[in-house]
Ligand binder design. Structure first.
Ligand SMILES: Nc1ncnc2c1ncn2[C@@H]1O[C@H](COP(=O)(O)OP(=O)(O)OP(=O)(O)O)[C@@H](O)[C@H]1O
Ligand SMILES: [Mg+2]
Length: 255
């Protein structure tokens, strides 16, 4: 897996420049964090990376192939490799579907994928959903429940299980813990860490919370008003060379 973003800019309306010349690279097996305040362009970047939004300026290459906006056939292949976990699990789970049906959506879309983590090849669909739940530390009894019968943290685990079900090589998480209370946030971060260590999955973790990012990620990118102002290894977080904005984030978070 390799993802290269080069000179990516995004303009919405005439004067809203959400991203300015964003350049970075993500390597196989890495857990990379993008941190920045509200409005800094984090979700715009995530949506563009997922092919959910277009861009006119810049280049995105995934495994040395260009991700061209609006090219459907390429996009399907890409979606198989790149999955996303959103901030609000409630809006990503269909309230009318039992959990097991929502969980199996990606596997239904990509029937050619046989995940390596299933205990055997001949599982029924419901058994697959049960194994996915267990993978993220949820009770398999939950397969028959509906989203509104789950807590926020449980729903977020379901979203994570769904995203990793097709074993994406890259998982993009956009503020996956922002709507959860602190103890559940920590549980979700631990889960992501554990899943990453087990599967060598690459994670791009987006958050306004430098504390969460530095818990999970070994490399950090700091975004401010659409521009990357700092990029460093976690071990260099307290280095004096850090950008004043990074220092301010660290100070505000008291880490
Ligand atoms: N669909 C849109 N149309 C116009 N402007 C938009 C649109 N989406 C986002 N923006 C603007 O682009 C900028 C970046 O927004 P974005 O949602 O990427 O920020 P963010 O870093 O994800 O913020 P938050 O932490 O609040 O989620 C903001 O100024 C926002 O108002
Ligand atoms: Mg956002």
């Amino acid at each position: 897996m390799s993802l290269v973003v080069e000179g990516l800019s995004k303009q919405y309306a005439k004067r809203i420049q959400a991203l300015k010349q964003v350049t970075f690279q993500v390597n196989e097996g890495e857990c990379i964090g993008i941190v920045g305040e509200s409005g800094s362009g984090k979700s715009t970047l995530a949506r563009i990376l997922l092919g959910l939004d277009t861009y006119k300026e810049g280049k995105i290459r995934f495994n040395d192939r260009a991700i061209a906006p609006r090219k459907r056939s390429d996009l399907r292949q890409y979606r198989k490799s790149v999955q996303m976990v959103f901030q609000d699990a409630t809006s990503t789970l269909n309230p009318k579907l039992p959990i097991w049906k929502s969980l199996l959506e990606p596997l239904d879309n990509f029937k050619e994928v046989t995940p390596s983590f299933f205990s055997e090849g001949s599982l029924s669909r419901k058994e697959m959903a049960e194994e996915l739940l267990e993978l993220v530390g949820l009770d398999k009894e939950m397969v028959d429940r509906y989203p509104d019968e789950l807590s926020g943290g449980q729903k977020q685990r379901v979203s994570i299980a769904r995203a990793i079900s097709i074993e994406p090589s890259l998982l993009v998480c956009d503020e996956p813990t922002a709507s959860l209370d602190v103890t559940v946030q920590v549980q979700i971060l631990r889960l992501l860490k554990e899943l990453q260590q087990k599967s060598n999955m690459t994670i791009l973790f987006i958050s306004h919370d430098i504390r969460a990012v530095s818990f999970l990620c070994e490399r950090l990118i700091v975004l401010k008003s659409g521009s990357i102002v700092d990029q460093f290894q976690l071990s260099d977080i307290y280095h004096e060379e850090r950008h004043p904005y990074t220092k301010a984030l660290i100070q505000a978070a008291a880490i």
